[in-house]
Ligand binder design. Structure first.
Ligand code: DOR
Length: 404
């Protein structure tokens, strides 16, 4: 299979140029000007062509909660948002604690055929908080990430042992930092104390630790300090923790924070301390949301929100946004994506960065319509997503979205 994308403005983390990209057998095979190929061709004149986005933090709810989202609705939402790969959390039903369940999820993703997935395994077996027996049979290379997302591991000895095991097997531990004893008292204290604990345990054990949805100034300060000391720490920030909204009470975990936090996180991004922007796409049904379920359905709006607020807002340029949404997440997941160069996966997103639109949650392809950003005017519309040289999403002029 071959595809040529011509006349676009190609932008990745390293810079930009006007030119053509030729993808053969799923891989970028040639880059240049005026490439002459006798194959399926897309004219990207007036569009920006970037590496497809890779999301480190996503809930597709399969198995068990498919009324909130399933592989098909989640995948459609993802490619509409420009994503080519998602890292799926383990808070499913059953909890994803075995390689067998993870493989089944990956098979489902292949059946749907739109987006690539990496399925995370829980840190403790079935989120029990103390049982690590499920980590024993994992072979090296079989699992990339462990996470107790939605929770945290409260017992420090258990967390330390999990990190030691993870190091042995070259697995990254993704930390949802929250002390549940303190959540009822102060959600800031709950995040800050566990960020500090998890950083300390990661340093002690020497395991690779990735900090999920960092939302407070203090947590980011601890992470920056650790990075400056050269520890193996990476972190992500979610778009909703970077953007001011008048719906500050909107339920999400960690909660929407203060202006001071938002500015600090933006500054941390600008200074290069943040590795990735990850959505924490957490779709819920209307009823669950009414009953207080925390989360934001964010995978369809992440690029536009970040482009509008961070790039048009003058904090970073588009190359840096590409690094945060494609290059660094690809490195953390150890996949051959995130860069437009010969030999990399032919996974691209075509964007009209001039186009503005209003977010309409009713039009989300995700089953979850839950967002505090409804009706917000944003810039940057995804026009097409290409996965392994195949168009998996295309925005039609008449506003109907098309999936291949
Ligand atoms: O807001 C959230 N929703 N935070 C989490 O950590 C979990 C997620 C979910 O699964 O709904």
């Amino acid at each position: 299979m071959e595809l040529c994308i011509k006349n676009g403005t190609v932008v990745d983390w390293s810079g930009s140029f006007k030119g053509d990209i030729y993808i053969k057998d799923g891989i970028i095979s040639e880059i240049g000007r005026s490439l002459n190929k006798d194959c399926n061709t897309i004219d990207a004149k007036g569009l920006v062509v970037m590496p497809g986005f890779v999301d480190l933090h996503v809930h597709f709810r399969e198995p068990g909660y498919t009324y909130k989202e399933d592989m098909e609705s989640g995948s459609k939402a993802a490619v509409k948002g420009g994503y080519v790969m998602v890292n799926l959390m383990a808070n499913t039903n059953p909890v994803c604690s075995t390689v067998e369940i993870a493989n089944r999820v990956s098979e489902r993703a292949k059946e749907v055929g739109l987006v690539e997935v990496n399925q995370v395994l829980s840190i403790t077996k079935d989120f029990t908080g103390d049982d690590l027996s499920h980590l024993e049979p994992i072979n090296k290379g079989e699992v990339k990430i462990l996470s107790e997302d939605g929770k945290d591991v409260m017992n420090s000895e258990v967390m330390l042992n999990a990190m030691i095991k993870a190091k042995e097997k070259d697995i990254t531990v993704m930390c949802h930092c929250e002390n549940h004893d303190l959540s009822k008292i102060d959600m800031r204290l709950a995040e800050n104390t566990m960020t500090w604990r998890n950083l300390t345990l990661a340093q002690y054990s020497g395991c690779k630790a990735h900090f999920a949805h960092v939302s407070t100034k203090e947590s980011m300060e601890y992470i920056i300090r650790s990075k400056r000391k050269g520890h193996k720490v990476t972190c992500e920030v979610a778009p909703h923790h970077l953007i001011h909204t008048d719906k500050k009470e909107y339920r999400v975990n960690p909660p929407l924070r203060d202006e001071e936090d938002i500015d600090y996180l933006r500054e941390a991004i600008k200074l290069g301390y943040v590795d990735a922007i990850a959505t924490d796409h957490a779709p819920h049904s209307e009823e669950d949301k009414k009953n207080g379920a925390p989360g934001i359905s964010g995978i369809e709006t992440a690029f536009s929100l970040c482009y509008t607020e961070l790039v048009k807002g003058g904090w970073i340029d588009l190359c840096k946004l590409s690094e945060l949404m494609s290059k660094r997440p690809s490195e953390i997941l150890k996949v051959n994506k995130g860069t437009v160069d010969i030999g990399y996966d032919g996974d691209l997103v075509l964007i009209d960065i001039e186009k503005s639109y209003r977010i309409e949650s009713e039009k989300f392809l995700s089953k979850g319509k839950n967002t505090p950003f409804n009706d917000m005017k944003v810039y940057g519309e995804v026009r097409a997503t290409i996965k392994s040289g195949k168009v998996v999403y295309e925005k039609k002029e008449d506003d109907l979205d098309d999936y291949r």
